[in-house]
Design a protein around this ligand. Structure first.
Ligand code: FMN
Length: 248
């Protein structure tokens, strides 16, 4: 099933978003995003500093959305089990179907280690499924997180963009990572992006995705850097076809 995510600063806007997403099979509420443009709107991870408002927003989405509803959280302002327990009670008490924890503080960058032990703590606090997130870059990491925390599912962020075959790998399917395989995978994702986003958004997404994906290539950084100045999608695709294999 495909999940759609809502990020909103008020119960009214969150409910409006949820009601609009009739095509979504799962609605996920973002209480985790630390990005400055989201924090300026007082949404995402910023909301964790106001548990009453968080409660009202979760309630509003739950009432507006007949679908399965999940919530994505971070740890908040400091690692604090009392706060996590209160937040967990608000989430579960509102009838949310599953919760994802990215165990970093709201202000922390992705370089710092994710505190997986808090996923285990959350698992003990609720009966609903807990999805762990943070620093899973391989099948081994995925198995380790599941074993260490008892989580019911794993969410993968950056590695899903860098190495989209990670999901096959986790299912035990070995991949031979040849330059041709990489190019084919890159082009598949390129097409997914242009089919999903309007052209003015697609080019930015493709450039960003290329930064992540280029870590698989020996001279990938140079390839991604050169692509940043290109103005349209055709130019990007021509450039990739002419230079990708050489950069491997
Ligand atoms: C470029 C970028 C965009 C992201 N956008 C979202 C988003 O829209 N919603 C969300 O819940 N998390 C978003 N995340 C966070 C990831 O879902 C995830 O929580 C974080 O990267 C840690 O997991 P990882 O170690 O598997 O990458 C984003 C992360 C990155 C790097």
């Amino acid at each position: 099933p495909m999940a759609w995510q809502i990020v909103a600063p008020t119960p009214e806007e969150a409910a409006l978003g949820a009601a609009h997403l009739t095509q979504a099979e799962i609605i996920d509420l973002n209480l985790a995003c630390p990005a400055p443009n989201i924090a300026r709107r007082r949404a995402g991870g910023h909301l964790l500093s106001d548990l009453k408002l968080t409660d009202a927003i979760i309630k509003a989405v739950r009432q507006a959305a007949p679908q399965a509803m999940t919530v994505k959280i971070r740890l908040g302002r400091k690692p604090d089990l009392v706060f996590l327990k209160e937040l967990a009670a608000v989430i579960e008490g509102n009838g949310v179907d599953a919760v994802t924890l990215h165990p970093r503080l709201t202000t922390e960058k992705l370089k710092r280690r994710a505190r997986w032990e808090y996923i285990g703590h959350l698992k003990e606090m609720v009966k609903i499924p807990v999805i762990g997130n943070g620093d899973v870059n391989s099948r081994e990491d995925c198995l380790k997180m599941t074993a260490q925390t008892g989580c019911d599912g794993v969410m993968i962020g950056r590695a899903a963009v860098r190495r989209p075959w990670i999901f096959a790998e986790i299912c035990g399917i070995e991949q031979i990572i040849s330059p041709e395989f990489l190019l084919r995978t890159y082009e598949e994702l390129f097409n997914e992006i242009i089919n999903f986003f309007p052209p003015r958004m697609a080019i930015g997404r493709i450039k960003e995705f290329t930064w992540h994906f280029s870590t698989n290539l020996k001279f990938g950084h140079r390839l991604a850097a050169r692509m940043q100045s290109l103005k349209d999608l055709d130019a990007c695709l021509d450039f990739i076809r002419g230079n990708f294999i050489k950069a491997c």
